[in-house]
Design a protein around this ligand. Structure first.
Ligand code: FSX
Ligand code: SF4
Ligand code: F3S
Length: 387
């Protein structure tokens, strides 16, 4: 992307005023989004142009069975401009939590937006849909959630499920699922793009919307509708604690020596080995290193995965889907028969992590409070951390 061209562009000056962030920061953000989505170099420039010049897509946002955490995570994101950016990139024409209007006025606004943007609006669904007893457990403006979803989806250009509740039932569908909570896709009878997570990462939502705005279609999704750019890798593959897993160094209890030294949380029930999401790569909020569940010392509960979060007991061991360490990680047993040293782990993890945007975090956590011993044999490590 030629930054200089954009720097002197009048459209960019206007955009800078509109968004309240510098042109350079916005260019960098678009470049980062393009890289996250695996798009070619010129995609970033196309994204900048689209945000600057195209009409903002109308968004109708429905709320059903949920905690409103998805919306909260957009609004309370630490990054001061993320909320502004999202609300500026879209035209939010109906949103029960953020709407000043209430009652009949709100319902009239929804119908007016649907009519004015027929066939063009994006429908965002937050929350699961109760289906038991004809859906009577969630009614808004006299309509059941089932009726409202079907009515709004009929004329939408695209329907996107945000959060695990709308994506696969989430927390309201926890067994025994008393209200028969289902996903938006199940109720509509088709696979729809979804951004699971409880809450999902707002950056993934923003990237998805900017992709739609730029290219007129949503990003590529996997067989269950998740954008591939965000959900094609296991958390376990990119986790900064992974070298500890491979070397058999585990926290056995919250607050024990291993936990304090940043060891792997697998034995505390971490579901990273069976959960697909980009949390360790893009982090949450803007507070820097380690700002994701495992980074803060809590095992991943698998909030993006159906059948794991809210179903599998929190301390049950994860099903390890890949035993082979990522290629960028250090070998566990070196040829000469000694264990991988922490020095090597820090260095290699930093290199591997840099590729996923988390290099500094990896190096920082792995090096923290750990005395490096270049000659410690693997056997001693095992003795120190019995399984
Ligand atoms: Fe809450 Fe959204 Fe969880 Fe669900 O999030 S954060 S319960 S995914 O629908 O509001
Ligand atoms: Fe990280 Fe959890 Fe995998 Fe351990 S089990 S490496 S903490 S994702
Ligand atoms: Fe959820 Fe696990 Fe990421 S709990 S936020 S998928 S680290």
């Amino acid at each position: 992307m030629n930054e200089e061209n954009f720097e002197n562009d009048a459209t960019m000056v206007a955009l800078e005023k509109r968004l309240g962030i510098s042109r350079r920061s916005f260019l960098q953000l678009c470049a980062a989004m393009a890289a996250t989505m695996g798009l070619p170099d010129d995609a970033a420039a196309a994204m900048v142009k689209a945000v600057a010049t195209k009409q903002r897509p109308s968004v109708i946002w429905l709320h059903f069975q949920e905690c409103t955490g998805c919306t909260e995570s957009l609004l309370r994101a630490e990054h001061p401009t993320l909320e502004k950016l999202i609300l500026d990139v879209i035209s939010l024409d109906y949103h029960e939590t953020l709407f000043a209007a209430a009652g009949h006025q709100a319902e009239a606004a929804r119908r007016a937006a649907m009519k004015a943007h027929k066939g063009k609006y994006i429908l965002v669904v937050e929350g699961a849909i109760p289906t038991k007893d004809n859906g009577i457990y969630c009614k808004i403006g006299g309509q059941t959630a089932i009726e409202m979803l079907k009515e709004c989806a009929a004329d939408a250009a695209a329907v996107v499920a945000i959060g695990s509740c709308a994506s696969w039932g989430g927390m309201p569908s926890t067994p025994p699922n008393p209200t028969g909570a289902k996903s938006a896709g199940e109720v509509l009878g088709r696979v729809i793009p979804n951004i699971p997570g409880c809450p999902p990462n707002p950056y993934n939502f923003l990237s998805t919307v900017v992709h739609f705005l730029t290219f007129g279609k949503l990003p590529d999704v996997d067989s269950i509708g998740r954008p591939k750019f965000a959900y094609s890798r296991l958390i376990h593959e990119n986790c900064e604690r992974r070298p500890h897993f491979d070397a058999g160094r585990f926290a056995m209890e919250f607050g024990d020596a291993g936990h304090k030294q940043g060891y792997c949380l697998y034995k505390l029930g971490c579901k990273g080995p069976e959960t697909y999401a980009n949390c360790p790569a893009i982090l949450f909020g803007d507070v820097g290193n380690a700002s994701w569940p495992v980074g803060t010392g809590h095992p991943c509960i698998g909030c993006t995965e159906k059948g794991i979060a809210f179903t599998k007991p929190i301390h049950a061991l994860a099903d390890v889907k890949t035993m082979r360490p990522p290629v960028g990680f250090p070998r566990i047993v070196e040829e000469q028969g000694v264990g991988a040293t922490l020095g090597a782990a820090v260095l290699t993890a930093a290199v591997a992590g840099a590729a996923f945007g988390a290099g500094a975090q990896l190096a920082k956590n792995l090096g923290k409070g750990v005395k490096l011993d270049e000659s410690e044999p693997a056997k001693k490590l095992e003795e120190r951390n019995p399984s």
